[in-house]
Write a protein that binds this ligand. Structure first.
Ligand code: HEC
Length: 146
């Protein structure tokens, strides 16, 4: 993309973001499927960065990914996502939760081992061996699975 196009694009994006943010000074994203933004920020997002024994971190593959679990790129030296990035991730990752059938949400089933009810194949491996994994429980809690 040319520099000029980039600037135009950035300006349009900023305008759109501004329009959405009107009325909310600290632009928390609009709630999706009743999912808790505070819980996403404090407990869900850190799971994507965590190194799980025998596995690669989600961020390594899912940063700027072309599948639906898209994590925001960190600038050099940046060790955690800022508020704006977290807001974007909340909105997009919430779409991987199926309100009509929360336990079968893609976010929950895809990285789960098949023996535990997960999908047969995920390029990122069987990140969660069972639903008893503490981080998996956080994902379930966020997705609204009782
Ligand atoms: C080694 C790379 C890699 C790692 C690490 C990885 N993934 Fe993935 N993941 C992929 C790729 C590639 C896809 C798309 C193709 C596929 O389904 O395998 C994917 C797909 C997904 C999807 C489905 C997205 C869609 O488009 O429907 C989810 C959900 C997901 N991953 C969750 C996770 C979570 C959560 C973690 C960390 C706990 C993780 N992944 C770690 C590579 C990875």
């Amino acid at each position: 993309m040319s520099a000029r196009l980039t600037i135009v694009f950035a300006a349009v994006t900023a305008l759109a973001a501004g329009a959405i943010a009107i009325g909310a000074s600290q632009a928390a994203p609009a709630p999706v499927a009743g999912l808790d933004y505070e819980l996403f920020k404090s407990k869900v997002a850190p799971i994507f960065m965590k190194k799980r024994p025998g596995h690669t971190q989600c961020v390594v593959c899912h940063t700027g990914a072309n599948n639906f679990l898209r994590l925001e790129e960190l600038a050099p030296g940046q060790t955690s996502w800022n508020e704006e990035q977290l807001g974007k991730m909340y909105t997009s990752i919430a779409r991987l939760v199926t309100p009509a059938n929360r336990p079968e949400s893609r976010l929950l089933i895809h990285p789960l081992a098949p023996e535990a009810g997960g999908d047969l194949f995920h390029s990122g491996g069987r990140q969660f061996a069972s639903k008893d994994d503490p981080d998996y429980k956080v994902l379930m809690q966020w997705a609204g699975v009782k």
